[in-house]
Design a protein around this ligand. Structure first.
Ligand SMILES: [Zn+2]
Length: 325
């Protein structure tokens, strides 16, 4: 009897083990589970035919309704995120999306193009296209959709065009966030879409410069000055809330002051470490202070590899590059 019980117990253990193994096989590890639904997009009407699609999966988008179709500035990061955006657009107009304008090459503004209709016009700066081609060649999860590369490239610092009855001015004042930044200005509606040149989830004096994409802190100042010079009253950020011209001026003043301090310290012969200690990055608005669990940098691609340069590091490289020759 005791013998039989032992065998039964043993079989039960084996059966339980097999059951547990099969449950494990059906449930992939956490890292492989499909991502949760993206956060909802907040649609804000800016003018009768212009909306902002804030948040969701990726950067902010601007939606411009033309005579027969829709122009979308920036495409979100993922297929589900872009589908959410297209669903929101379908709620405000039956017209199809016919044109995308992409402000820069970061995946959170580009990669949602995978869900956009085939054959649409995709406008971007030539530097953006080059960066996307490089990302595509490198492969990996962050690569843009191969069949949605820009098919109309901006090469000048200013191009004026009318698309589907909508007047647009596209500006590239200088490389800043990346080498291929493109600003979309609607002169009739007085709206500027800035991409990640200006965001509200970072401190005013800490703009996000992708030095590895040939971005430039000096170029950033030129871009913000240029955008302030436009006759506009609403500025769509790359991440966060809408801004007014006074907000851009405040950010320009704060960043100019911080960069001037870096220039002065380089002239005094200070090392990069000394400058970084003297001018630490302020935390993002609403974020916990440094050392309290705030991630360093922030807003980057998060694709592994070396940490991207900070604002101070980028500015230091630019300033000393000229001096060391
Ligand atoms: Zn972004």
């Amino acid at each position: 009897m005791a013998h039989t019980n032992t065998i039964r117990f043993g079989l039960a253990v084996v059966a339980c083990g097999a059951l547990a193994a099969s449950i494990e096989a059906q449930q992939p590890p956490a890292a492989q589970q499909p991502p949760a639904a993206p956060p909802p997009i907040t649609m804000k009407q800016l003018k009768p035919d212009v909306w902002a699609g804030l948040g969701g999966a990726g950067g902010n988008s601007t939606i411009i309704i033309g005579k027969t179709g829709v122009i979308v500035v920036d495409a979100k990061q993922t297929e589900p995120g872009a589908k959410d955006l297209l669903a929101e657009i379908a709620k405000i107009t039956p017209k199809p999306v016919t044109t995308a304008i992409i402000t820069h090459s970061d995946g959170d503004h580009v990669n949602g193009l995978v869900a956009f209709p085939a054959g649409i016009k995709i406008i971007a700066h030539e530097g953006n296209k080059k960066e996307q081609e490089a990302a595509l060649a490198a492969g990996g999860r962050g690569a843009p959709p191969a069949d949605k590369l820009p098919n109309q490239v901006v090469t000048k610092n200013k191009e004026t065009m009318t698309i589907d009855g909508v007047k647009l001015e596209l500006y590239h004042f200088a490389p800043a966030h990346t080498s291929g930044d493109l600003i979309v200005y609607l002169p009739d509606q007085k709206i500027v879409s800035m991409g990640d040149l200006v965001v509200t989830n970072r401190a005013d004096d800490n703009p996000n410069i992708h030095f590895e994409k040939n971005g430039s802190t000096e170029g950033w100042l030129a871009n913000v000055k240029g955008m302030i010079g436009l006759n506009a009253d609403t500025y769509v950020t790359g991440h966060g809330d809408l801004l007014k011209k006074a907000d851009l001026q405040r950010k320009l003043d704060a960043t100019t002051a911080r960069r001037n301090k870096i220039v002065a310290m380089v002239k005094e012969g200070k090392t990069l470490d000394e400058i970084k200690t003297a001018l630490p990055d302020a935390p993002a608005p609403g974020a916990p202070a440094r050392g309290a669990g705030a991630p360093a940098g922030g807003g980057g691609g998060g694709r592994g590899g070396p940490a991207p340069l900070t604002f101070v590091e980028s500015a230091y490289q630019e300033i000393t590059k000229g001096a060391k020759k």
